[in-house]
Design a protein around this ligand. Structure first.
Ligand code: SF4
Ligand code: SF4
Length: 421
């Protein structure tokens, strides 16, 4: 069993590196960025109290809540104990290489753009045990991990977050072999989406077709508005179970004024998102210009720290580690083989016999950007980027993918002198 799992990990890495085209097929999970959608008309209106009741209802139905909360000086998706854990009245400022929390002058719970930590860790954990050995009377006993967990409700998922999950679905739970742990964790997830009411300083979801309005799939979608008499939530159901949960809390019909306010908010957010990527041009520009001098220029700044890959909701690469414990009593774990997140920026990532295939920072950055915006289309029939902007915000030297793509697309140069691996 273990060699199958390790073999699968190697296969996935090679496929990611060298781009094997394949057709998407995902049992039980939707991969496409299309779904049943009610036309975008909010149906009901909830007060702040009603929204808190909605979360309580989900908990009573057995869902663990994962949503935004302040953690280590940033807003991140973590487990919530109640609506009180949400970042009430807290916003953020984001720019290339910069993130700051700020106090808002209202009581909004979702008055910010993208979180520091996406939902990736919930379904594709940073460390996951593949199998273990326990000391037994006769030697060792093989122990397989259980992937079972309580049902999860994602609270406050933005359009880019949902698109990020759909993208990961295509990679890890698409055509067989499926990642069994991922598929199990993704099963029956309840999604409460929130349409963005604030434009993040590094977002470019409008270019990637993922926001600011969440296009699904979701069970419920909220628009947070402040109509003067306090914060309210317009709610639309995207599934029958979403409607069922909505019916358990006190709500009223959304009035015309609320609907117009929500539409105006969305219009303003769209207008405020100024970063752009031409996804179509990026695909060919990156593919056709592997020798562009810009690769060397960006490599002079890049620290190969891998931050961009860690925060990216769609980066999925991993490696395998083994921990051994030679001492111990019967029943103690003596060995654990784990899958842990890795990054195409580490020198070990492409280490084959004799050394690293991508020895230079230039070649690693080129691989990352080209895979995200170009060869991902060949592998998975869509972009690998959802425009969340996290890689721009959390890059310590403020490298901006939108600037790098624009520079390469604007001045294609073939056969120029650049460093190689
Ligand atoms: S490449 Fe950057 S902007 Fe695109 S999904 Fe990843 S972190 Fe977000
Ligand atoms: S682009 Fe930025 S975040 Fe990514 S590896 Fe280079 S320095 Fe680190």
């Amino acid at each position: 069993m273990w060699f199958l799992t390790a073999g699968l990990a190697v296969f996935r890495r090679l496929r990611a590196c060298f781009g094997v085209a394949r057709k998407l097929r995902l049992p039980g999970i939707s991969t496409a960025r299309k779904f049943r959608y009610n036309g975008g008309m909010p149906q009901r209106s909830l007060s702040s109290r009603g929204f808190a009741d909605l979360l309580s209802q989900l908990q009573q139905q057995g869902y663990a809540l994962i949503g935004p909360t302040v953690r280590d000086g940033a807003i991140a998706f973590e487990q919530l104990s109640s609506a009180a854990d949400l970042p009430r009245g807290i916003g953020e400022e984001q720019a290339a290489g910069r993130y700051r929390l700020v106090e808002r002058d209202d009581e909004r719970l979702f008055g910010f753009a993208s979180t520091s930590r996406s939902f990736k860790h919930v379904f594709h954990p940073p460390r996951q045990q593949l199998f273990a050995l326990r000391r037994s009377k006769d030697g060792s006993q093989l122990v397989a991990p259980s992937h079972h967990r309580a049902p999860v409700a994602l609270i406050g998922a933005r359009g880019c977050d949902i698109a990020g999950l759909s993208t990961l679905d295509g990679v890890l739970a698409g055509e067989p072999p499926v990642d069994a742990g991922y598929a199990e964790r993704r099963r029956d997830v309840f999604i409460v989406a929130v349409h963005c009411s604030v434009a993040g300083g590094t977002c470019f979801c409008t270019s990637m077709g993922t926001g600011p309005r969440a296009a699904g799939p979701f069970d419920l979608a909220l628009t947070e508005i402040d109509g003067g008499s306090g914060v309210e939530y317009l709610v639309e159901a995207g599934s029958e179970r979403g409607q069922t949960v909505l019916d358990t809390v006190e709500s009223k019909s959304a009035d015309q004024e609320q609907v117009e306010l929500a539409a105006e908010t969305e219009r303003q957010v769209r207008e405020a998102i100024t970063r752009r990527v031409d996804a179509h041009a990026a695909r060919s520009a990156l593919r056709d210009n592997p020798e562009h001098p810009r690769w060397n220029e960006v490599a002079e700044r890049c620290l190969a720290c891998g931050n961009c890959t860690m925060v990216c909701p769609t980066c999925f690469c991993s490696t395998v580690e083994e921990r051994n414990q030679f001492q111990g009593e019967e029943g103690d774990e003596t060995m654990s083989r784990d899958r842990v997140w890795d990054s195409c920026f580490t020198s070990d990532f492409t280490h084959l016999h004799g050394g690293s295939v991508r020895a230079s920072t230039m070649s690693r950055y080129r691989q990352w950007l080209t895979h995200k915006f170009s060869s991902w289309f060949d592998q998975f029939a869509q972009s690998g980027c959802v425009g969340c902007g996290r890689c721009i915000t959390w890059c310590p030297v403020a490298i901006d993918v939108t600037e790098e793509i624009a520079a390469i697309a604007k001045q294609p140069e073939h056969g120029s002198e650049v460093g190689h691996d």
